[in-house]
Design a protein around this ligand. Sequence first.
Ligand code: NI
Length: 168
Amino acid sequence: MKILPIRIFPDPVLRAECDLVTRFDAALSTFVNTLWNTMKQQPGGIGIAAPQIGISKQIAIVDLTKKQTATSPIFMINPKILASAVSRNCVVREGCMSLPDFTANVIRSETVTIEYLNLAGETIRHHAVGLEAICVQHEIDHLNGQLFVDRVSSLKGDVFRRKRYLKE
Ligand code: NI
């Protein structure tokens, strides 16, 4: 089982626009497996995007099966949010494996309709609500070189340092 290290901000790969996936072959499946295994290694990991393990391609996973709000993970290739389906905004507290020391109050759409390709290259349209909608937006942001701290209204008021309980 292959696992790759999580890239941490300010690694430039986190700021790159990811390339579209054009080949749906065994190498893609292998990579998605690595992405999945790497996410599973992280405590509480509910989503991951390819640039977080150093690969600038439009591939991301959202997995809310542990939260029991979804029955299966979503493997998204070349995902996009359909502009016609943007709903009203809400504010949510987010974190990210690539910014481990911070959380922030982020502005997101409450629901989103997305279109993506599955591992077989078939087009899937999906309406996401609740935590799934938030997570989908967070991961699609990664594919566009965006991080959750880009979506706060005030860097001073809306970004928080995580408390660490250090061993003495
Ligand atoms: Ni993230």
